[in-house]
Structure formats: C-alpha cells, structure tokens
Design a protein around this ligand. Structure first.
Ligand code: SAM
Length: 267
C-alpha cells in the first residue's frame, strides 16, 4: 500500500474532526482531508484541488507553533462567554483545541521532526493519532542528513528509537507503506515535558555526521506491520467512540494499549 493510500484510509478509520499537516509541498497529502485543517509549509506549491476548509500557512513549523493560539482556525479559538462565566477577562483566554489526526512530513532531519512532535503533542491527547512519514529509509544514502539522492528520507527514522527510549508511555507502530514507511503514534500526553527537557541531550547523542548508521532492522523493515493489518484492527471504533464522548486518558488508554500490543515497536 502506498503512503497516501494509507493516509486516506487513516482519515476514514480515525473519523477525524480536524487535521494538521506539516509539509505540504504540492498538496497530494492535503487533498485527502475533508475536515477543518491546518497545513504548514514555508514553500508550498499546491497544484491539486483542495477539498477542505484549510488554513494554509506559509511558514516553518517552528514559527507557526510560536504564534499565539496557532490552532485558532480549528474549533475552539476565543471563548469569551465561557471565559466571562468563569470570571476571567475575555482577553487572552483560549478554549483548547485537540488535534485528532496530524501528519508530520516537513524537514527531514530528526531534530526538526522531534520539535514538530513536541509541538503537535502539546495540542493532542491520548486519543489523537500522530503520523510521521519516511521512517523506513531503503539505504544509508537515502537516510543521509546531507541530501544527495533524488528520493530522500533524511534521518527522521531516529524518532523511533528516541520515542521508545524517552517516551515508553507512547505506543508507536511502524507501518510498511511504500515507498519509505510511516510511524503511527498513539497515547499523546500534552502534559509530558520529557522530550523538551531532554532536547539538548538527545540532539547531542543523535546528531552525527554522514554516513548514518541506520539499524539493519530499519533497512530490512523488520518491525513494520502491514498497513492493511493496522487499518483493519478492531480498536479504531472503540477509540473513536471514547474520543468523541470525551473519555479521559486513564479510562481510554489502557484498553487501546492492550489492543495495540501486538503491533507496537514501543509502548
Ligand atoms: C516531502 S514534502 C511534503 C509532502 C506532502 N506531505 C505529501 O505527502 O504530498 C516536504 C515539505 O516540507 C517542507 N518543509 C521544509 N522545511 C519545513 C519546515 N521547517 N516546516 C514546515 N515544512 C517544511 C518543504 O517545503 C516540502 O514542501
């Protein structure tokens, strides 16, 4: 299954009410969305018909997330009545928006993808689904930090090890999509600051010169599940139901974690 087919089916099984995309390029992944969306790229060149209500942002993802209330376009935004009812000033109070589905496919260097995850997680929760692209490079050349191939994954594959080591509370599933695999992350926790706190330490360890030492298991796609297997799993409906009734983390996450255990590379 190709990566965009998997993404198209993820929109279906997650029944997502909103969508955030980092890295738009010509719009081939963004065109799959039918829900209120935010899409960020400093150099997008959309050439395809977009069929959703989208806030298309010409900026780097770092600059975008540094804005006040970056998700204002999605449901939420200012909520003065609720604010007044709480006796607070209507100015500066924002109703929290939670992302249902996010796709991280911007700059293909691991430190960018790590910052993207940190920022996306702040606006996610246990029922959110966060997808990274290009997590299974096919060669050491394709995984180079200094791009010298036509198709390029860069070294974002390092996120698998980084998340599994520093965030064992997350559930991570590697998916064997064509051409270069994807990682699906469940169990986001917006209150968790471990990655932010350890950011410098992580960069110091993982930022190494080319050629990158890509693990054999990654090159051979050993830990990756078939996309069809994940998409047809039984946990999606209960996940969507629990998310839509606003079930809390302590009630919603344990059964999801158990259901995902057979697919997970971490968590
Ligand atoms: C692989 S393309 C995205 C492809 C698209 N998601 C798709 O599947 O059709 C990567 C895009 O990331 C954008 N990009 C590069 N650096 C970025 C950054 N710091 N923040 C957001 N996007 C970035 C590039 O301009 C490029 O268009």
């Amino acid at each position: 299954m190709k990566r965009h087919e998997f993404l198209r089916d993820l929109h279906k099984v997650t029944a997502n009410r909103n969508y955030l995309e980092i890295g738009v390029n010509d719009g081939r992944s963004l065109k799959l969305s039918r829900v209120p969306s935010i899409a960020i790229d400093p150099a997008f060149k959309v050439v395809t018909e977009i069929k959703c209500d989208v806030h298309l942002v010409k900026a780097t993802s770092d600059d975008f997330f540094a804005r006040e209330n970056p998700l204002a376009h999605l449901r939420g935004g200012r909520h003065p009545l609720r604010n007044l009812a709480r006796g607070r000033s209507p100015v500066g109070y924002w109703k929290r928006t939670t992302l249902d589905l996010s796709f991280i496919d911007g700059m293909h260097l691991f430190e960018y993808a790590l910052r993207d995850f940190i920022n996306v997680e702040k606006h996610s929760d246990w029922a959110s689904v966060i997808v990274f692209d290009d997590m299974l490079p096919r060669s050491v050349d394709e995984a180079a930090r200094d791009r010298h191939t036509n198709a390029w994954t860069g070294d974002v594959y390092k996120l698998v090890e980084i998340l599994n080591r520093h965030r064992p509370d997350l559930v991570t599933v590697l998916v064997d999509t064509e051409p270069t695999g994807q990682l699906v992350v469940f169990g986001a926790d917006p209150s968790n600051t471990v990655l932010k706190d350890k950011y410098d330490e992580i960069i110091a360890e993982f930022e190494v010169p080319d050629p990158q030492k890509v693990p054999e298991t990654i090159l051979e796609r050993v830990p990756a599940v078939r996309p069809e297997t994940l998409l047809s799993a039984g946990f999606w409906r209960p996940l969507v139901r629990a998310r839509n009734i606003g079930a809390g983390r302590s009630r919603g996450l344990p059964p999801l974690r158990r259901a995902l255990a057979e697919y997970a590379v971490g968590g």
